[in-house]
Ligand binder design. Structure first.
Ligand code: NOJ
Length: 745
């Protein structure tokens, strides 16, 4: 070890001195990475470009045997799915004690919504619109993950998603580019903190680059095809926002786009990522996507696949093993330049320096820290707070909610009422579902001791059995109020979990029908990983609470909302359709040449014969136990120039009887453009906390730069013309004013 470091530092000093005379001064880690690179053989460099899974966890279709041997041979630079301070130390030792240059391994893992303390699924958390809170949950996830030996999370997933059939909508921030970009940045800041060398921060990996969320028909891994304008305007900004926030790494996506698999796309990985955006971290493939290029049919053999990926701009091969097997011979044959290998290896080594791994490869393998940090009380409290704020009250006719804590007899019914396994949702990392608190337990902790609670499962989640139904009906009949918890099992969303139906399983419908017939005050609690078609539920129930998968603290969080200890404030970040036939449906659609609203009675307008055009619950929708009134939107002027900005304001009043939070949303419509523009685009939001009777004026500032888009000539810029600006409680708001932007030619 000592000899190695002496050689290394001598080289470092030499390279630093050399750089003083010739080039601009390099960052210290940059120069250090160069000095290590200078010592490496081609094979050792290729080793750094290789990432394999351990057998600790399974997150894909292949498992490589003998990764320990690869580590000892220096044929692998990073490992994923190995966690724990002791286990990562063991593997790190294999690298540091056996390889010639003792280059430490990088440990990656899918730390998506918490590590051990599981937070709400990202789609749920996005419904809080609370950027600080999302940053904090990513911070806590990094605290726990780094205490278990990890350096690198495969998050945030920032794929814009507008098709709820796609199971991975649960992992992102919903349908909107503006909000998705803000959330992407917040999550990166949370994971990475201010200093990568700190022991509690980790590398973020923005994924999946690019446009993975636009899979045709919502089928996972399916083809993506879209114009460059849509790609750049709708899908790319969240990745860019994550990189602007400092994300150190990027993961490619499985899909093809523009006829090219993303992992072989020079356009995405070099032209956009490196040349346009100046990204200088490293790019890793998603799982075996280099191998999958054979199935895509753009290469005929493994060598061609490896060459295509590295030449397109991939730096690290996750799990395919093609770099390890083919790059050496490809360099020798002149099909891949050694300069390209050097560039990739240097990016990886540099980040290992940034993390401090060369100073102490075992720095993250501290079993004492692991014990004190993981799942501590503070983290659990934050997870509960976060869960409460992620809940969306979809409907509350006759103020059925909040329920009275002194209700004499409460029936808690349904397959989700006492499930533990499903609460932490998909992609719950190292989370232990056994530690989650169920809804029934949460209710038991919250109601008055005098309340009699009866529980019945009512139905399975998905299996076809009516064996639990009679008991549930009998118990519900005895109750003064009913909490009916229905939903999807956690395996029904996530990766490779697309559905052609987005309704709740038929067996649960049967249960809902029977309970609804009783005509008792009933609250429907829905747990799920995607927007569902809740038309049936909306018809049968007066109160519906969307609770997603809320993580370790789901039960107490839902109970606090049910009984009014917390007044719900979440707002949907994905549109809920009335039926699957409306998909894709999102608030920022285009107007068409025959908008329905232009002549609703006419046959020849854009509409369906059998369904309304409008969603069941729009983007931005979410109720509170209080009510809010908005005054007419006011502008400080009605016309601006390129150097100006406009103030848009509105007063919001809490008109109900309880304190409550309201997410106030700002939308803009560009009325005439050189290309068609969406009917509304989110441009700002703020969260107000108002006491009963309290009013607050909200002011947003809009600058011409906020009005930019990809014009007909593909220049990202604004155009002169008229704009409508809206402030309201959801994307359906009609509260608007008009202004004009003039641009000097
Ligand atoms: C495949 C998933 O698409 C990706 O998001 C994940 O990070 C990798 N597997 C590793 O588990």
């Amino acid at each position: 070890m000592k000899i190695y470091y002496r050689v290394f530092y001598t080289l470092l000093v030499v390279s630093l001195l050399a750089s003083c005379n010739k080039q601009p001064v390099k960052s210290t880690t940059d120069a250090k990475a160069d000095s290590v690179l200078a010592l490496m053989t081609l094979r050792e460099k290729i080793g750094q470009l290789t990432l394999y899974t351990s057998d600790w966890d399974v997150t894909g279709p292949t498992m490589r045997k003998g990764y320990q041997t690869d580590i000892k041979n220096g044929d692998v630079g990073a490992i994923f799915n190995a966690i724990g301070a002791a286990y990562t130390r063991q593997l790190q030792q294999l690298a540091v004690e056996n390889t010639r240059l003792k280059i430490p391994l990088l440990f990656g893992y899918d730390v998506i919504h918490g590590h051990r303390t599981i937070f709400p699924i990202p789609l749920a958390e996005s419904c809080s619109w609370d950027l600080d809170m999302m940053q904090r949950s990513a911070r806590i996830a990094a605290e726990e993950a780094t205490a278990e030996g990890l350096h690198w999370t495969f998050a945030p997933m920032v794929d814009i998603a507008r098709d709820p059939r796609w199971g991975r909508v649960m992992e992102g921030a919903g349908e909107d580019t503006y909000l998705g970009s803000k959330i992407a940045a917040a999550r990166v800041k949370g994971f990475q903190g201010d200093d990568l060398s700190a022991v509690n921060t980790m590398l973020a990996c923005v994924k999946h680059f690019a446009a993975y969320g636009a899979a045709q028909a919502g089928r996972d891994y399916h083809t993506v095809d879209m114009s460059d304008r849509v790609l750049r305007e709708t899908y790319l900004p969240p990745y860019k926002a994550a990189l602007d926030a400092g994300a150190a790494t990027v993961m490619t996506s499985f899909n093809e786009i523009h006829g090219e698999p993303a992992s072989g796309s020079h356009y995405l990985l070099t032209d956009i990522l490196r040349k346009e955006w100046g990204f200088d971290g490293f790019v890793v493939t998603d799982y075996t996507s280099i191998m999958e290029m054979l199935y895509h049919g753009v290469v005929a053999d493994t060598a061609a696949a490896a060459a295509m990926a590295i030449n397109a701009g991939v730096d690290m091969d996750m799990q395919a093993g093609f770099f390890q097997d083919k790059l050496e011979q490809l360099v020798k044959a002149g099909k891949v330049s050694e300069a390209r290998i050097n560039e990739a290896a240097k990016r990886i080594i540099k980040l290992k320096f940034d993390l401090g791994l060369f100073d102490d490869p075992y720095k993250y393998c501290d079993t004492t820290r692991e014990k004190t940090v993981v799942m501590n009380e503070k983290f659990l409290a934050e997870a509960k707070e976060n869960a409460k704020r992620s809940i969306v009250l979809l409907k509350n006719e006759n103020n059925i909610l909040p329920l009275n804590k002194n209700t004499k007899t409460l029936a808690v019914i349904g397959p989700m009422a006492n499930t533990r396994k499903d609460l932490i949702g998909a992609w719950s990392a190292a989370g232990d579902w056994k530690k989650a608190i169920t809804l029934l337990e949460g209710i038991q902790q919250t109601v008055s001791p005098a309340t009699k609670i009866s529980f019945a499962k009512g139905s399975p989640i998905d299996a076809d059995s009516t064996q639990y139904l009679a008991e549930a009906i009998a118990k519900a009949k005895q109750a003064d109020a009913i909490v009916l918890a229905v939903g999807e099992a956690s395996w029904m969303s996530g990766e490779a979990a697309s559905r052609t139906s987005i309704q709740l399983p038929a067996i649960q419908r049967k249960l809902m029908e029977e309970i609804a017939k009783l005509n008792k005050p009933t609250v429907l609690v829905v747990m799920n990983g995607r927007p569902l078609d809740l038309s049936f539920e909306d018809k049968h129930f007066k109160a519906i609470l969307e609770t997603w998968f809320l993580g370790t603290q789901a039960g107490p969080a839902i109970a606090e909302v049910l009984f009014g200890d917390y007044n719900p404030s979440g707002k949907l970040t994905m549109t809920f359709p009335r039926s699957i036939g409306q998909i894709p449906i999102y608030y920022s659609m285009k107007n068409t040449g025959r908008p329905y609203e232009s002549d609703p009675g006419n046959k020849y307008v854009s509409k369906y014969l059998d369904e309304s055009n409008y969603p069941l619950y729009p983007f931005g929708h979410g109720l509170s136990y209080t009510t809010f009134a908005y005054t007419q939107v006011k502008l400080d002027k009605t016309s601006i120039t390129s150097t100006d900005s406009i103030q848009v304001s509105c007063t919001v009043t809490n008109t109900g009887t309880r304190q409550g939070e309201e997410i106030v949303q700002l939308y803009v419509r560009d009325l005439v453009g050189s290309v068609t523009r969406p009917i509304k685009e989110l441009k700002g939001f703020t969260k107000l906390d108002l006491k009963p009777g309290e009013s607050r004026e909200v002011t947003f500032q809009i600058k011409p730069a906020d009005l930019r888009f990809y014009r007909k000539d593909m220049r990202f810029d604004y155009e002169a013309g008229e704009f409508e600006v809206y402030i309201g409680t959801n994307a359906n708001t009609t509260n608007k004013a008009k202004f004009n932007l003039s641009v000097a030619e």
